[in-house]
Design a protein around this ligand. Structure first.
Ligand SMILES: [Zn+2]
Ligand SMILES: [Zn+2]
Length: 335
């Protein structure tokens, strides 16, 4: 390191430039501004050198923490375990050989990914395993456990969920899903279009996917009420051996619009206030109850709109006002 002092030997004005070995440069990476600051704040060279020593010690400690290279046997073990499992199962490995992504196919042919992150105290410490699942991934680990055993445990978890995914795949393929926008394997909720501005939200239990799910009908009252009555009076018809979609058809006595019969745009009617369909993640799920109007709005848009009008009335967190389209009474709850 070269420190150039001005003629008056005032260290505060000193120019500092790093001329040093790459090891020192590497150690000081990210600490340059601190070195500069210490140089300007030090009373003399001696106190600066002491400050520099502290900075270097800190850098040394940090670098020894992040470059904890595992022993050679870690790599040979990993390679031999990958050979047993099959290299074709490996989708990704990072340059440190610490994070792996393994592929897995369930009995219905769906592709899944198991991410394994080995910890610094591997194999004493269990690796961190994660996957796109609707339930927590519980993995049993001992220091003798292998990749193949991890993969096998993952496959068992996948098998326990095949019925859940079969039920959801049928719904996803044969109906129009309004929410989530792009369902992933961990999603247990589906909002299924029934008609224009009418939908049903179902929440499945991944452990008991064919049981009657939690259902919530959304839309204008005059359409939702008869459907809700059918749901309540036909609930006893629910057959746990049949799929959720079949049961919903039987209980509600309806045919769900499907990609084969309808366009998605038939159901994604934009909000009457902001003129868009998606507002962040929300879709326009508040509908004017007047059968001749039926205009949908985002909850947030309608709430703000009504609250801003002097003719509206607020009671607790509900605002009562008029539909911006047909002037019939409409109310909205703040979430
Ligand atoms: Zn809106
Ligand atoms: Zn209206």
């Amino acid at each position: 390191m070269r420190i150039q002092l001005p003629p008056d030997r005032q260290i505060k004005q000193a120019k500092y430039k790093l001329h040093c070995s790459w090891q020192l440069k590497h150690l000081l990476r990210g600490y340059e501004h601190i070195v500069k600051q210490r140089l300007q704040q030090s009373a003399d060279l001696v106190s600066f050198i002491l400050e520099l020593k502290t900075v270097l010690e800190l850098g040394l400690k940090r670098s020894s923490e992040c470059i904890a290279i595992p022993p050679p046997q870690y790599y040979s073990q990993l390679i031999s375990e990958m050979e047993t499992l099959g290299w074709d199962m490996l989708l990704f490995i990072d340059t440190e050989f610490q994070t792996l992504k393994l592929k897995a196919e369930d009995s219905s042919g769906r592709q899944h990914i198991l991410t394994i992150k080995f910890k610094s105290k591997h194999p004493a410490e269990a690796p961190e395993c994660s996957a796109d699942l609707p339930i927590p991934l519980a993995i049993t680990w001992t220091p003798q456990s292998t990749l193949q055993q991890l993969h096998k445990q993952f496959m068992l978890v996948l098998e326990s969920l095949t019925e859940f995914w079969d039920v959801l795949d049928e719904i996803d393929n044969q109906t129009w899903i309004l929410e989530p926008e792009k369902p992933s394997r961990c999603d247990t909720m589906r909002r299924i279009a029934i008609g224009n501005n009418v939908s049903i939200k179902v929440e499945l239990d991944p452990r008991h996917p064919k049981m009657l799910p939690e259902c919530c009908l959304l839309g204008a009252e005059h359409v939702v009420t008869p459907l809700r009555n059918k749901l309540n009076s036909n609930m006893h018809l629910w057959n746990p051996n049949s799929s959720v979609l079949h049961n919903l058809r039987d209980v509600l006595k309806i045919k769900f619009p499907s990609p084969a019969t309808h366009e998605k745009s038939d159901f994604s009617v934009e909000c009457g206030i902001c003129y868009s369909y998606r507002l962040e993640a929300a879709i326009p799920d508040q509908v004017c109850n007047d059968p001749r109007c039926g205009q949908p709005f985002h909850q947030a848009c309608l709430y703000e709109w009504l609250r801003a009008l002097p003719s509206s009335r607020q009671s607790f967190n509900i605002v009562f006002g008029e539909c911006p389209y047909c002037s019939k009474s409409i109310d909205i709850q703040k979430t």
